[in-house]
Write a protein that binds this ligand. Structure first.
Ligand code: GLA
Length: 594
């Protein structure tokens, strides 16, 4: 028989080891924070007055290939849990399998979503089978961190806002039982948007139901109470900021307004998980996307206008929340931490580049497709780019048509010269081109801008999504170079050519520069004059940049830097007006909506 869970419920609240307890939690995703900074962020959580932190668990990163569990570096969840415990914090664990979170594919691995016809987040045995095998791998190393074994985890979430997606009760039951039967004896809970339909479809009898909301506190708590006449009231995601899409204004929420709502929640006796206490960064290719009427990818920063900024400094909300919490619960008397030091501003010169198109063959073996082009998923690539190459059978002026569109942004070249860009965001499928002679080389560089993380389009394929025709004639015989770019390539600088500042359309190329650091400290990479691409520092993939904004600087965590010489590599997709990058001491996440 499993031991009694540490956290239980009474008629109107929680009990921890039998004593009345209120959860005052903040969300902080270990996979969005450099692991050398976890301890610092956890300490700051405690000093704000939190007694608990909450994290999701991203399946797509932990099981990158079926049967392989990754649990090290930024994915060392057992270490994160040990650090939380050392700080005296409890943990709410949200293992998914679906996590939403503005995260690539909502955390569902692309090897799974690529399975044609699979019914995600349902009792489809192909889905539950993969899920069960994942839990068989993931849970054993986590069990020692559950409260019943002396660890910090006091509650575990089942699915995520399931009521907004489906109504397969048997699937939710399967998931709850999958956790129980593998040794999770702690309190289970579901979370749903606080309205009757979502709560009804997303909750389970015998499992605590919680709500996700950022305002209308009274109404939301009333709805929770109407759904569950007894038990604790909990806001499992109290939204105190918001995320950003490329091409839209930066979102902020007034600190005083958020603090007033936090006060209302606590005054009502509710428990809370502040979403986000610390948002962090979508490093590498990890950002998700929305797709309602149009595809809208999430930016690299997940600052979220949270209590701690992206670089871990206390912002206005940190101070305001600490004051509010102190009215309702004891808050440590230690002083509020000062902002961390920043590097002095510096300039990095990147004067030579290695063009990507001729270099692609050295980066990856092509996969040959005799007929139409395969999707990125069919090529087995989870993220990054594919360079597709073929020849045009006929010459002339005409439409180059990408049936089904592109996933998600395609740069097209004829005979090595750029002829245009197609974006899924803008529903673009046709490009007028001139093919100078039959047999001219057509190249298409396609970027996966992030997997949809909410709604029915989760798992939508990437790359070229259907046949390509020129003036009605199909293009066949594609050589496809998958460019995973997990690490920046080490371009052979023998082949580097001088950069041509002012060339906005010079085409995709890798650029490298070095800069000296005295004592490593946080800094922000600013790329004035550059257009769109990826940035790495000392091999650490900072993520995407794009002059479309709103985000204008990329966060460079101090632990990525070293005393002495440091490397900056950019993959610039279009071209640049200058040959310098800047390191600044101030982040710029872009203009806020008026
Ligand atoms: C929902 C989801 C979260 C996140 C927020 C918005 O509440 O559960 O994962 O996507 O929306 O940031």
């Amino acid at each position: 028989m499993p031991a009694m869970p540490a956290l239980t419920t009474s008629s109107d609240g929680f009990l921890l080891h039998g004593e009345p307890f209120r959860i005052i939690s903040g969300a902080m995703h270990y996979f969005r924070i450099h692991p050398d900074q976890w301890a610092d962020r956890l300490r700051k959580a405690r000093l704000m007055g939190l007694n608990t932190v909450e994290t999701y668990v991203p399946w797509n990163l932990h099981e990158p290939e079926p049967g392989t569990l990754v649990l090290d570096g930024i994915l060392d969840l057992p270490r994160y849990l040990s650090l939380a415990r050392a700080e005296g914090l409890h943990v709410l664990l949200r293992p998914g399998p679906y996590i939403c979170a503005e995260w690539d594919g909502g955390g569902l691995p692309s090897w799974l979503t690529a399975d044609p016809g699979i019914r995600l987040r349902t009792g489809d045995p192909r889905f539950t089978g993969a899920l069960d095998r994942y839990l068989d791998l993931l849970l054993p190393p986590l069990l020692p961190h559950l409260a019943e074994s002396g660890g910090p985890v006091i509650a575990v979430q089942v699915e995520n806002e399931y009521g907004a997606y489906g109504d397969d009760r048997a699937y939710l039951e399967h998931l709850a039982e999958a956790l129980r039967s593998r040794g999770v004896g702690e309190l289970l809970f579901t979370c749903d948007q606080a309205d009757p339909e979502h709560l009804a479809a997303g909750s389970l009898p015998g499992v605590l139901a919680t709500g996700t909301f950022g305002g209308r506190i009274g109404t939301s708590l009333d709805r929770l109470r109407a759904h569950r006449p007894e038990g604790p009231l909990m806001c499992a995601e109290f939204w105190i900021g918001w995320f950003d899409h490329w091409g839209e204004p930066h979102h902020v929420r007034d600190a005083a307004d958020a603090a007033a709502d936090l006060d209302r929640l606590l005054a009502a006796g509710a428990s809370v998980n502040i979403y986000m206490f610390h948002g962090g960064t979508n490093f590498g290719f990890t950002n998700g996307a929305n797709h309602d009427h149009a595809y809208a990818p999430i930016v690299t920063s997940y600052d979220y206008d949270a209590a701690l900024t992206e670089s871990g400094d206390p912002g206005p909300k940190y101070h305001a929340f600490r004051e509010v919490i102190a009215r309702h619960a004891p808050v440590p008397g230690e002083p509020v931490p000062e902002p961390a030091p920043k590097l002095p501003p510096a300039t990095v010169r990147l004067e030579r580049g290695v063009p990507l198109l001729p270099y692609a063959a050295a980066l990856s073996e092509p996969v040959r497709a005799q007929a139409g082009p395969p999707t990125m998923d069919e090529l087995g690539l989870r993220a990054g780019y594919v360079l597709y190459r073929t020849t045009a059978p006929v010459a002339g002026d005409g439409p180059l048509r990408f049936t089904g569109g592109v996933g998600d942004r395609a740069q097209v070249f004829v005979d090595g010269a750029p002829v245009g860009v197609l974006e899924r965001e803008r529903h673009e499928e046709v490009l007028p081109v001139r093919i100078p002679f039959a047999g001219a080389v057509v190249e298409v560089l396609v970027e996966n801008m992030g997997g949809v993380n909410y709604g029915k389009r989760i798992g939508a394929p990437k790359g070229l999504l259907g046949p390509v025709t020129f003036d009605g004639t199909a293009l066949h015989g594609w050589d496809c170079h998958p460019l995973a770019l997990d690490l920046p390539p080490a371009p052979d600088h023998q082949v580097a050519v001088p950069l041509t500042p002012g060339a906005h359309d010079a085409g995709p190329a890798f650029h490298r520069g070095t800069f000296d650091v005295g004592t490593p400290a946080d800094t922000f990479l600013s790329l004035p004059g550059w257009t769109k691409g990826q940035a790495w520092v000392n091999g650490f993939h900072l993520g995407r940049y794009w002059n479309r904004g709103p985000q204008r600087t990329l966060y460079v965590p101090a632990p990525v830097l070293r005393p002495g010489s440091n490397d900056l590599v950019l993959l610039e997709l279009q071209g640049t007006t200058g040959a310098t990058a800047l390191l600044t001491d101030t982040p710029d996440l872009g203009p806020v909506a008026p």
